[in-house]
Design a protein. Structure first.
Length: 152
């Protein structure tokens, strides 16, 4: 199921111009969700090497989707923000994803949609009860200083 959703999401990314690879889109979503995130914190969240993250940001900055700024509390640190163009691009991708998912759901018989809704609600409750999820969420929020959770 996850692989099928990945294919659906890939289709949505392919319909948005310019095409943004998955690694860059992930970074955009994190920066969008945690506006003003420090480069160091982003590197930790991604579990990647600083030079690799810097190159990802360079590419996104060249597209006009992410901006670097000075950290008000430390002149050594760099803060990242999503630009209006980046926000527009993410909105386009999210809209296409929504449309593709709605089309797929509309093709399902009503009783299967009802069963899916009930199953997903149960899965959500189970996931929310997992301590690991709460720790990951807290770590993500602590790294950015914000708690806004939006999906990619």
């Amino acid at each position: 199921m996850v692989e099928l959703l990945d294919l659906l999401w890939e289709q949505a990314r392919g319909q948005a111009s310019p095409y943004v690879p998955a690694s860059q889109l992930r970074v955009m979503c994190i920066v969008d969700r945690q506006d003003g995130i420090r480069m160091r914190d982003l590197t930790q969240l991604l579990g990647a090497a600083a030079p690799s993250v810097s190159r990802l940001i360079d590419r996104l900055q060249a597209l006009g989707f992410v901006a670097r700024g000075n950290c008000p509390s430390s002149r050594r640190e760099v803060m990242l923000t999503i630009t209006p163009a980046g926000q527009t691009h993410l909105t386009r991708i999210r809209d296409v994803r929504d449309q593709l998912l709605v089309q797929a759901l509309a093709a399902m018989p009503a009783r299967q949609r009802t069963a899916l809704t009930q199953s997903l609600a149960g899965l959500q409750q189970t996931l929310l009860a997992q301590p690991e999820l709460h720790r990951a969420r807290e770590n993500s929020t602590t790294a950015s200083g914000q708690g806004d959770v939006r999906s990619a």
